[in-house]
Design a protein. Structure first.
Ligand SMILES: Cc1cc2nc3c(=O)[nH]c(=O)nc-3n(C[C@H](O)[C@H](O)[C@H](O)COP(=O)(O)OP(=O)(O)OC[C@H]3O[C@@H](n4cnc5c(N)ncnc54)[C@H](O)[C@@H]3O)c2cc1C
Length: 394
Protein backbone atom coordinates (compact mmCIF):
# COMPACT_ATOMS: atom_id res chain seq x y z
CA UNK A 1 0.00 0.00 0.00
CA UNK A 2 1.07 3.63 -0.61
CA UNK A 3 3.80 2.60 -3.12
CA UNK A 4 6.63 2.55 -0.58
CA UNK A 5 10.09 1.51 -1.82
CA UNK A 6 12.11 -1.30 -0.21
CA UNK A 7 14.21 1.31 1.64
CA UNK A 8 11.04 3.08 2.86
CA UNK A 9 9.60 -0.20 4.14
CA UNK A 10 12.87 -1.09 5.84
CA UNK A 11 13.11 2.12 7.91
CA UNK A 12 9.37 2.01 8.61
CA UNK A 13 9.72 -1.56 9.97
CA UNK A 14 12.69 -0.57 12.17
CA UNK A 15 10.74 2.40 13.57
CA UNK A 16 7.66 0.25 14.16
CA UNK A 17 9.67 -2.38 16.04
CA UNK A 18 11.28 0.38 18.14
CA UNK A 19 7.88 1.90 18.98
CA UNK A 20 6.68 -1.55 20.04
CA UNK A 21 9.68 -1.74 22.41
CA UNK A 22 8.69 1.61 23.99
CA UNK A 23 4.96 0.94 24.44
CA UNK A 24 5.40 -1.27 27.56
CA UNK A 25 7.00 1.73 29.37
CA UNK A 26 3.99 4.02 28.86
CA UNK A 27 2.05 3.41 32.07
CA UNK A 28 5.16 3.68 34.25
CA UNK A 29 5.97 7.01 32.57
CA UNK A 30 2.38 8.19 32.98
CA UNK A 31 2.23 7.47 36.69
CA UNK A 32 5.75 8.72 37.49
CA UNK A 33 5.67 11.83 35.26
CA UNK A 34 8.38 10.40 33.02
CA UNK A 35 11.05 7.70 33.03
CA UNK A 36 14.34 7.64 34.97
CA UNK A 37 17.21 9.31 33.08
CA UNK A 38 19.14 6.07 32.60
CA UNK A 39 16.13 4.36 31.00
CA UNK A 40 15.61 7.31 28.62
CA UNK A 41 19.34 7.28 27.80
CA UNK A 42 19.04 3.58 26.93
CA UNK A 43 16.12 4.31 24.61
CA UNK A 44 18.08 7.13 22.92
CA UNK A 45 21.04 4.80 22.40
CA UNK A 46 18.72 2.25 20.79
CA UNK A 47 17.24 4.91 18.47
CA UNK A 48 20.78 5.82 17.41
CA UNK A 49 21.72 2.18 16.79
CA UNK A 50 18.60 1.61 14.71
CA UNK A 51 19.30 4.66 12.50
CA UNK A 52 16.18 6.46 13.72
CA UNK A 53 17.99 9.47 15.19
CA UNK A 54 18.60 12.69 13.19
CA UNK A 55 16.96 11.19 10.10
CA UNK A 56 16.50 14.79 8.86
CA UNK A 57 20.23 15.65 8.76
CA UNK A 58 22.63 14.86 5.90
CA UNK A 59 24.82 11.77 6.08
CA UNK A 60 28.03 13.83 5.75
CA UNK A 61 27.18 15.42 9.12
CA UNK A 62 26.39 12.06 10.71
CA UNK A 63 22.63 12.20 10.16
CA UNK A 64 20.40 9.64 8.48
CA UNK A 65 20.16 11.48 5.14
CA UNK A 66 16.58 10.26 4.78
CA UNK A 67 14.03 11.48 2.28
CA UNK A 68 11.18 13.58 3.65
CA UNK A 69 8.85 10.62 3.21
CA UNK A 70 11.19 8.40 5.25
CA UNK A 71 11.38 11.04 8.01
CA UNK A 72 7.59 11.04 8.06
CA UNK A 73 7.47 7.22 8.24
CA UNK A 74 9.77 7.22 11.29
CA UNK A 75 7.90 9.98 13.14
CA UNK A 76 4.58 8.32 12.33
CA UNK A 77 5.71 5.12 14.03
CA UNK A 78 7.11 6.82 17.14
CA UNK A 79 3.87 8.83 17.27
CA UNK A 80 2.12 5.54 18.16
CA UNK A 81 3.69 5.79 21.62
CA UNK A 82 2.22 7.99 24.39
CA UNK A 83 4.03 10.10 27.01
CA UNK A 84 6.49 11.46 24.43
CA UNK A 85 8.65 8.36 24.83
CA UNK A 86 9.22 8.45 21.07
CA UNK A 87 10.95 11.83 21.29
CA UNK A 88 14.23 9.95 21.73
CA UNK A 89 14.12 9.52 17.94
CA UNK A 90 15.02 13.21 17.82
CA UNK A 91 15.19 15.51 14.81
CA UNK A 92 17.85 18.20 15.45
CA UNK A 93 17.50 21.56 13.67
CA UNK A 94 17.82 20.75 9.97
CA UNK A 95 17.68 24.45 9.00
CA UNK A 96 20.94 25.04 10.89
CA UNK A 97 23.77 23.52 8.74
CA UNK A 98 23.71 26.09 5.89
CA UNK A 99 24.06 29.03 8.30
CA UNK A 100 26.11 27.53 11.16
CA UNK A 101 29.68 28.73 11.59
CA UNK A 102 32.44 26.08 11.91
CA UNK A 103 32.49 26.71 15.65
CA UNK A 104 28.69 26.42 15.98
CA UNK A 105 28.77 23.24 13.94
CA UNK A 106 31.48 21.69 16.11
CA UNK A 107 30.14 22.82 19.50
CA UNK A 108 26.40 22.49 18.97
CA UNK A 109 25.07 20.76 15.88
CA UNK A 110 27.44 17.80 15.46
CA UNK A 111 27.21 16.71 19.13
CA UNK A 112 23.41 17.04 18.85
CA UNK A 113 23.38 14.78 15.82
CA UNK A 114 25.49 12.27 17.81
CA UNK A 115 22.91 12.41 20.64
CA UNK A 116 25.39 14.03 23.05
CA UNK A 117 23.74 17.46 23.32
CA UNK A 118 20.10 18.58 23.27
CA UNK A 119 18.55 21.87 22.21
CA UNK A 120 15.41 23.76 23.19
CA UNK A 121 13.64 26.77 21.72
CA UNK A 122 12.89 29.98 23.62
CA UNK A 123 10.71 32.02 21.25
CA UNK A 124 7.17 32.40 22.69
CA UNK A 125 6.47 35.08 25.31
CA UNK A 126 3.50 35.96 27.50
CA UNK A 127 2.35 38.55 24.93
CA UNK A 128 3.66 36.85 21.78
CA UNK A 129 2.61 33.36 20.69
CA UNK A 130 0.83 33.17 17.35
CA UNK A 131 2.18 36.61 16.56
CA UNK A 132 5.92 35.94 16.91
CA UNK A 133 6.68 39.42 15.60
CA UNK A 134 5.29 40.83 18.87
CA UNK A 135 8.19 39.47 20.96
CA UNK A 136 9.72 41.98 23.35
CA UNK A 137 12.95 40.13 24.17
CA UNK A 138 15.94 42.32 23.35
CA UNK A 139 19.51 41.83 22.21
CA UNK A 140 22.00 44.66 22.69
CA UNK A 141 25.53 44.61 21.30
CA UNK A 142 27.96 45.69 24.02
CA UNK A 143 31.57 45.55 22.91
CA UNK A 144 32.35 41.98 21.90
CA UNK A 145 29.25 40.42 23.37
CA UNK A 146 25.48 40.47 23.10
CA UNK A 147 23.35 41.19 26.16
CA UNK A 148 20.05 39.29 26.11
CA UNK A 149 16.89 40.11 28.05
CA UNK A 150 13.39 38.62 27.97
CA UNK A 151 10.98 36.21 29.59
CA UNK A 152 10.10 33.15 27.51
CA UNK A 153 7.09 30.88 27.96
CA UNK A 154 6.54 27.15 27.36
CA UNK A 155 10.26 26.40 26.81
CA UNK A 156 9.91 22.70 26.00
CA UNK A 157 12.75 20.47 27.21
CA UNK A 158 14.46 23.26 29.17
CA UNK A 159 14.95 20.70 31.96
CA UNK A 160 16.71 18.20 29.68
CA UNK A 161 18.45 20.50 27.16
CA UNK A 162 21.97 21.89 27.51
CA UNK A 163 21.58 24.78 25.08
CA UNK A 164 18.77 26.87 23.68
CA UNK A 165 17.90 29.00 20.68
CA UNK A 166 16.79 32.39 21.98
CA UNK A 167 14.89 34.77 19.68
CA UNK A 168 15.04 38.51 20.33
CA UNK A 169 14.84 41.85 18.58
CA UNK A 170 17.88 44.05 18.17
CA UNK A 171 17.88 47.21 20.21
CA UNK A 172 20.22 50.13 20.84
CA UNK A 173 18.36 51.16 23.99
CA UNK A 174 18.37 48.23 26.43
CA UNK A 175 17.24 50.39 29.34
CA UNK A 176 13.92 51.41 27.70
CA UNK A 177 11.14 48.80 27.75
CA UNK A 178 9.62 48.24 24.32
CA UNK A 179 12.66 49.77 22.62
CA UNK A 180 12.93 46.67 20.47
CA UNK A 181 9.63 47.29 18.65
CA UNK A 182 10.38 47.15 14.94
CA UNK A 183 13.91 45.88 15.54
CA UNK A 184 15.39 43.07 13.47
CA UNK A 185 14.83 39.51 14.65
CA UNK A 186 17.98 37.79 15.88
CA UNK A 187 18.53 34.20 16.95
CA UNK A 188 21.18 33.23 19.51
CA UNK A 189 22.73 30.10 20.95
CA UNK A 190 22.76 30.16 24.74
CA UNK A 191 24.51 27.46 26.77
CA UNK A 192 22.54 26.03 29.67
CA UNK A 193 23.05 26.78 32.46
CA UNK A 194 24.33 30.35 31.92
CA UNK A 195 24.51 33.26 34.40
CA UNK A 196 21.26 35.27 34.19
CA UNK A 197 19.12 32.38 32.92
CA UNK A 198 16.62 31.20 35.53
CA UNK A 199 13.33 29.34 35.75
CA UNK A 200 10.46 31.61 36.87
CA UNK A 201 8.17 28.64 37.41
CA UNK A 202 7.32 25.25 35.91
CA UNK A 203 3.55 25.03 35.33
CA UNK A 204 1.81 21.63 35.15
CA UNK A 205 0.37 20.76 31.72
CA UNK A 206 -2.29 18.29 30.54
CA UNK A 207 0.29 15.66 29.62
CA UNK A 208 2.73 13.97 31.99
CA UNK A 209 6.07 13.69 30.22
CA UNK A 210 9.74 13.90 31.12
CA UNK A 211 10.09 17.17 29.20
CA UNK A 212 8.87 20.25 31.09
CA UNK A 213 7.80 23.60 29.63
CA UNK A 214 8.91 26.24 32.16
CA UNK A 215 8.70 30.01 31.99
CA UNK A 216 12.32 31.14 31.78
CA UNK A 217 13.80 34.57 32.50
CA UNK A 218 16.88 35.82 30.63
CA UNK A 219 18.32 38.76 32.59
CA UNK A 220 21.37 40.52 31.16
CA UNK A 221 22.64 37.22 29.76
CA UNK A 222 26.00 37.88 28.06
CA UNK A 223 26.89 35.69 25.09
CA UNK A 224 29.85 36.10 22.72
CA UNK A 225 29.24 37.81 19.36
CA UNK A 226 29.85 34.38 17.76
CA UNK A 227 26.63 33.11 19.37
CA UNK A 228 24.52 34.95 16.81
CA UNK A 229 22.99 32.43 14.39
CA UNK A 230 23.21 33.45 10.73
CA UNK A 231 22.74 37.02 9.62
CA UNK A 232 21.13 39.84 11.58
CA UNK A 233 17.46 40.09 10.63
CA UNK A 234 17.19 36.45 9.54
CA UNK A 235 15.84 35.16 12.89
CA UNK A 236 12.29 34.82 11.58
CA UNK A 237 13.49 33.05 8.43
CA UNK A 238 14.91 30.15 10.43
CA UNK A 239 11.84 29.94 12.68
CA UNK A 240 9.61 29.76 9.62
CA UNK A 241 11.71 27.02 8.03
CA UNK A 242 11.62 25.06 11.28
CA UNK A 243 7.84 25.50 11.62
CA UNK A 244 7.38 24.04 8.13
CA UNK A 245 9.41 20.95 9.02
CA UNK A 246 7.91 20.50 12.48
CA UNK A 247 4.35 20.90 11.21
CA UNK A 248 4.86 17.94 8.91
CA UNK A 249 6.38 15.90 11.74
CA UNK A 250 3.46 16.83 14.05
CA UNK A 251 1.13 15.58 11.30
CA UNK A 252 3.12 12.33 11.07
CA UNK A 253 3.02 11.69 14.82
CA UNK A 254 -0.74 12.40 14.85
CA UNK A 255 -1.27 9.85 12.06
CA UNK A 256 0.70 7.31 14.12
CA UNK A 257 -1.35 8.06 17.23
CA UNK A 258 -4.58 7.63 15.25
CA UNK A 259 -3.40 4.29 13.85
CA UNK A 260 -2.68 2.99 17.35
CA UNK A 261 -6.06 4.20 18.60
CA UNK A 262 -7.97 2.69 15.68
CA UNK A 263 -6.17 -0.64 16.20
CA UNK A 264 -6.77 -0.66 19.97
CA UNK A 265 -10.40 0.44 19.86
CA UNK A 266 -11.38 -1.97 17.10
CA UNK A 267 -9.72 -4.89 18.95
CA UNK A 268 -11.62 -3.93 22.09
CA UNK A 269 -14.89 -3.46 20.23
CA UNK A 270 -14.54 -6.93 18.67
CA UNK A 271 -14.06 -8.67 22.03
CA UNK A 272 -16.18 -6.61 24.42
CA UNK A 273 -19.65 -8.11 24.67
CA UNK A 274 -22.65 -5.99 25.67
CA UNK A 275 -26.29 -6.90 25.11
CA UNK A 276 -25.15 -10.40 24.12
CA UNK A 277 -23.02 -9.32 21.16
CA UNK A 278 -19.61 -7.70 20.54
CA UNK A 279 -20.08 -3.93 20.71
CA UNK A 280 -18.51 -3.61 17.22
CA UNK A 281 -21.74 -5.04 15.84
CA UNK A 282 -23.80 -2.26 17.40
CA UNK A 283 -24.31 0.23 14.61
CA UNK A 284 -23.51 3.29 16.71
CA UNK A 285 -20.13 1.82 17.75
CA UNK A 286 -19.40 0.49 14.25
CA UNK A 287 -19.92 4.02 12.94
CA UNK A 288 -17.21 5.38 15.24
CA UNK A 289 -14.77 2.69 14.04
CA UNK A 290 -15.60 3.29 10.37
CA UNK A 291 -15.30 7.08 10.63
CA UNK A 292 -11.96 6.76 12.42
CA UNK A 293 -10.27 4.44 9.94
CA UNK A 294 -11.66 6.45 7.00
CA UNK A 295 -10.22 9.68 8.40
CA UNK A 296 -6.90 7.95 9.13
CA UNK A 297 -6.65 6.83 5.49
CA UNK A 298 -7.44 10.35 4.26
CA UNK A 299 -4.91 11.90 6.67
CA UNK A 300 -2.15 9.47 5.80
CA UNK A 301 -2.69 9.94 2.06
CA UNK A 302 -2.43 13.72 2.48
CA UNK A 303 0.64 13.34 4.70
CA UNK A 304 2.58 11.02 2.37
CA UNK A 305 1.71 13.05 -0.73
CA UNK A 306 2.89 16.25 0.98
CA UNK A 307 6.21 14.55 1.86
CA UNK A 308 6.60 13.20 -1.67
CA UNK A 309 5.96 16.67 -3.10
CA UNK A 310 8.83 18.07 -1.01
CA UNK A 311 11.12 15.23 -2.15
CA UNK A 312 10.18 15.86 -5.81
CA UNK A 313 10.83 19.61 -5.69
CA UNK A 314 12.47 20.91 -2.49
CA UNK A 315 12.76 24.37 -4.06
CA UNK A 316 8.96 24.88 -4.10
CA UNK A 317 8.82 26.16 -0.53
CA UNK A 318 5.55 28.06 -1.05
CA UNK A 319 3.59 24.93 -1.87
CA UNK A 320 5.41 23.02 0.87
CA UNK A 321 4.54 25.74 3.40
CA UNK A 322 0.81 25.57 2.59
CA UNK A 323 0.67 21.78 2.30
CA UNK A 324 2.56 21.25 5.58
CA UNK A 325 -0.03 23.52 7.20
CA UNK A 326 -2.82 21.49 5.56
CA UNK A 327 -1.25 18.25 6.80
CA UNK A 328 -0.79 19.57 10.34
CA UNK A 329 -4.31 21.00 10.44
CA UNK A 330 -6.03 17.89 9.15
CA UNK A 331 -3.94 15.24 10.92
CA UNK A 332 -4.04 16.96 14.33
CA UNK A 333 -7.80 17.57 14.18
CA UNK A 334 -8.39 14.04 12.85
CA UNK A 335 -6.33 12.52 15.69
CA UNK A 336 -8.29 14.55 18.24
CA UNK A 337 -11.59 13.24 16.86
CA UNK A 338 -10.27 9.66 16.81
CA UNK A 339 -9.05 9.92 20.43
CA UNK A 340 -12.43 11.25 21.53
CA UNK A 341 -14.20 8.32 19.84
CA UNK A 342 -11.68 5.85 21.29
CA UNK A 343 -12.46 7.01 24.83
CA UNK A 344 -16.15 6.51 24.05
CA UNK A 345 -15.65 3.02 22.60
CA UNK A 346 -13.64 1.94 25.67
CA UNK A 347 -16.40 3.26 27.95
CA UNK A 348 -15.34 3.60 31.60
CA UNK A 349 -11.99 1.99 30.81
CA UNK A 350 -11.31 4.83 28.39
CA UNK A 351 -11.29 7.28 31.30
CA UNK A 352 -8.53 5.43 33.17
CA UNK A 353 -5.00 6.78 32.90
CA UNK A 354 -3.71 3.25 32.30
CA UNK A 355 -5.68 3.22 29.03
CA UNK A 356 -4.01 4.44 25.84
CA UNK A 357 -7.16 6.29 24.73
CA UNK A 358 -7.27 8.37 27.92
CA UNK A 359 -3.59 9.34 27.56
CA UNK A 360 -3.85 10.24 23.88
CA UNK A 361 -7.11 12.14 24.53
CA UNK A 362 -5.13 14.56 26.72
CA UNK A 363 -1.83 14.44 24.88
CA UNK A 364 -3.14 15.08 21.38
CA UNK A 365 -4.90 18.29 22.37
CA UNK A 366 -1.71 20.31 22.17
CA UNK A 367 -1.06 19.21 18.58
CA UNK A 368 -3.74 21.75 17.57
CA UNK A 369 -1.91 24.49 19.47
CA UNK A 370 1.87 24.24 19.23
CA UNK A 371 3.88 24.90 16.09
CA UNK A 372 1.04 27.25 15.11
CA UNK A 373 -2.59 26.80 16.15
CA UNK A 374 -5.21 25.35 13.81
CA UNK A 375 -6.46 28.91 13.22
CA UNK A 376 -2.98 30.01 12.11
CA UNK A 377 -2.71 26.99 9.76
CA UNK A 378 -6.08 27.94 8.26
CA UNK A 379 -4.91 31.53 7.75
CA UNK A 380 -1.75 30.31 5.94
CA UNK A 381 -3.71 27.93 3.72
CA UNK A 382 -6.44 30.45 2.91
CA UNK A 383 -3.87 33.17 2.09
CA UNK A 384 -2.10 30.93 -0.40
CA UNK A 385 -5.38 29.68 -1.83
CA UNK A 386 -6.58 33.21 -2.58
CA UNK A 387 -3.16 34.31 -3.89
CA UNK A 388 -2.22 31.25 -5.98
CA UNK A 389 -5.45 29.41 -6.71
CA UNK A 390 -6.71 25.94 -5.88
CA UNK A 391 -4.50 24.13 -8.42
CA UNK A 392 -1.36 25.29 -6.57
CA UNK A 393 -2.44 23.54 -3.38
CA UNK A 394 -4.67 20.59 -4.21
C1 LIG B 1 2.99 22.29 25.68
C2 LIG B 1 3.51 23.45 24.88
C3 LIG B 1 4.84 23.46 24.48
C4 LIG B 1 5.35 24.55 23.78
N1 LIG B 1 6.69 24.57 23.46
C5 LIG B 1 7.23 25.73 22.98
C6 LIG B 1 8.65 25.85 22.82
O1 LIG B 1 9.41 24.90 23.06
N2 LIG B 1 9.16 27.03 22.43
C7 LIG B 1 8.36 28.10 22.14
O2 LIG B 1 8.89 29.14 21.78
N3 LIG B 1 7.01 28.00 22.23
C8 LIG B 1 6.42 26.85 22.66
N4 LIG B 1 5.06 26.75 22.81
C9 LIG B 1 4.22 27.89 22.48
C10 LIG B 1 3.24 27.65 21.32
O3 LIG B 1 3.91 27.67 20.09
C11 LIG B 1 2.15 28.71 21.44
O4 LIG B 1 1.36 28.38 22.59
C12 LIG B 1 1.26 28.79 20.22
O5 LIG B 1 1.97 29.30 19.11
C13 LIG B 1 0.04 29.70 20.47
O6 LIG B 1 0.41 30.90 21.04
P1 LIG B 1 -0.35 31.43 22.36
O7 LIG B 1 -0.39 30.32 23.34
O8 LIG B 1 0.28 32.69 22.79
O9 LIG B 1 -1.83 31.69 21.92
P2 LIG B 1 -2.37 33.06 21.24
O10 LIG B 1 -1.47 33.48 20.13
O11 LIG B 1 -2.66 34.04 22.32
O12 LIG B 1 -3.76 32.54 20.63
C14 LIG B 1 -4.93 32.40 21.43
C15 LIG B 1 -6.08 32.02 20.50
O13 LIG B 1 -6.26 33.06 19.51
C16 LIG B 1 -6.15 32.52 18.21
N5 LIG B 1 -5.48 33.48 17.31
C17 LIG B 1 -4.34 34.17 17.56
N6 LIG B 1 -3.99 34.92 16.49
C18 LIG B 1 -4.94 34.67 15.54
C19 LIG B 1 -5.14 35.12 14.20
N7 LIG B 1 -4.29 35.96 13.61
N8 LIG B 1 -6.21 34.64 13.53
C20 LIG B 1 -7.08 33.77 14.10
N9 LIG B 1 -6.94 33.32 15.37
C21 LIG B 1 -5.88 33.75 16.08
C22 LIG B 1 -5.33 31.26 18.38
O14 LIG B 1 -5.54 30.34 17.31
C23 LIG B 1 -5.83 30.74 19.70
O15 LIG B 1 -7.01 30.05 19.51
C24 LIG B 1 4.51 25.64 23.46
C25 LIG B 1 3.16 25.60 23.85
C26 LIG B 1 2.66 24.53 24.55
C27 LIG B 1 1.21 24.54 24.98
Amino acid sequence: MYGLSAADKDIQARARAFADELIPFEVEAELAGGLPDDVTAGHRKRALELGLFATNLPRELGGGGCTTLQQVLVQEQVGRVTNALGWVAATPPSWFPPVATRDQLARYLLPTIRGEREECYAITEEGAGSDVDAIEATAFLDGGSWVLNGVKWHVTSFNTADYCFFQAKKTDHPERPGAAAGGEHLLFLVDLPSPGVSVVRTPAYSHTITHHHPIVAFENVRVPAASLVGAEGDGMLYSREWFRFERLMVAARCAGAAERLVAEMSAFASSRVAGGTPIASHGLVAGMLADSVTELFAARSLLYETARGIDRDPSDTKTAHAQCSMAKLYCSEMAGRVADRAVQVFGGRGYMRENVAERFFRELRVERIWEGTSEIQRMIVARQLTNRGVSALA
